[in-house]
Design a protein around this ligand. Structure first.
Ligand code: SF4
Length: 330
């Protein structure tokens, strides 16, 4: 794996304006994602994990250029993706693809598999029909399906096969980055591991990078090289997958992972119950956003001062427990 960044997010922030009250009312700005900094290396898998509402979806939408950041930038291959237009934008659309959770929702039931898989090529590249057919067969082959499948319709396939077709469509333009957004959540447990292994094989064969968004921590552990844990729109911890799973440093990561199965059979791990819900962006907590739920609260400092993301022994952690000088209790 080459760790030269293929994608870099710097200071990525997204705010939404919310109108409150009748007859015009007032407009409030709500932060969905705040000051995210991360990169994805060539051939690397970065996982974004966190509960629903933590900002993962907004982040992936900005990386796919489906949403414009309020501040900050996303650079892909050195270019600011939100400044692209024309041929540059088409090139970006070919080089970055996505596989989503529900294979049915992304496949039009009246379109033959050949045309569905070929769509990214037809939209973004100028190739002859013969070359498109060749690339479609190549992509189907990569996901374990034969050329005869190209003439069929989606209803002729099982859920697992439809996800393979969605992966073929993501692969057909030979992308450098694929966003995997809950890619196995909609599948039967019995076929999840086949699809997860397929992602691994594809990465080894083509050197593609993945951004994985998954609730399923077992999938994350198996596929990801690095993990970024998000809480309330911010990254609270990031590091190598094994380090984070073996010894989480942020109390939120600790609680989140305590529910995951240990990697070593017999290894003891007490589950930490996460109290309450993710706070509402309409009334964000003061200080550390996690303090109303934290089981390791130091004292008033947690409610008074927002911790910064600091590098600590190969890890970045946002918690006063890891400040250079231990935070003083006010
Ligand atoms: Fe918990 Fe305080 Fe660390 Fe926040 S800063 S995670 S409240 S210990």
């Amino acid at each position: 794996m080459n760790t030269d960044p293929i994608l870099e997010a710097r200071g990525l922030t997204k705010e939404f304006n919310l109108r409150q009250g009748m007859f015009g009312g007032t407009t409030r700005s709500i932060k969905a994602v705040q000051d995210l900094n991360f990169h994805i290396g060539k051939g690397e898998t970065l996982a974004l994990v966190g509960e629903s509402g933590c900002g993962k979806t907004t982040t992936t939408r900005m990386l796919l250029r489906l949403q414009t950041p309020t501040r900050g930038s996303v650079r892909f291959g050195g270019e600011d993706i939100h400044a692209l237009s024309g041929a540059g934008l088409k090139r970006f659309r070919s080089r970055v693809q996505a596989v989503f959770q529900d294979p049915w929702s992304s496949i039009n039931p009246r379109v033959r598999i050949r045309d569905f898989v070929a769509e990214p090529l037809v939209v973004n590249e100028n190739l002859s029909a013969r070359e498109v057919d060749r690339r479609v067969h190549e992509a189907l082959d990569a996901v374990g399906l034969g050329p005869a499948h190209a003439r069929k319709y989606p209803h002729e396939f099982s859920g697992g096969q439809r996800q393979r077709i969605a992966i073929a469509s993501a692969l057909v333009s030979r992308p450098e980055l694929i966003v995997l957004d809950e890619p196995v959540s909609g599948l039967d447990v019995s076929i999840r591991s086949q699809i997860i292994n397929l992602f691994k094989d594809i990465q080894q064969e083509y050197g593609v990078s993945y951004l994985l968004v998954a609730h399923d921590l077992a999938t994350t552990r198996y596929l990801a090289d690095r993990v970024a844990v998000m809480y309330f729109g911010s990254i609270v911890e990031t590091g190598a997958t094994d380090d984070i799973f073996e010894a989480p440093r942020h109390p939120y990561t600790e609680a989140l992972l305590s529910a995951a199965l240990p990697s070593t059979p017999g290894q003891r791990r007490d589950e930490i119950e996460l109290r309450g819900e993710v706070p509402s962006p309409l009334s964000p907590p003061t200080g550390c956003a996690f303090h109303p739920r934290c089981h390791k609260l130091i004292g008033e400092v947690c409610a008074q001062r927002a911790p910064e993301l600091r590098a600590r022994g190969g890890r970045d952690v946002r918690c006063h427990l890891h400040d250079e000088k231990p935070a003083r209790v006010a």
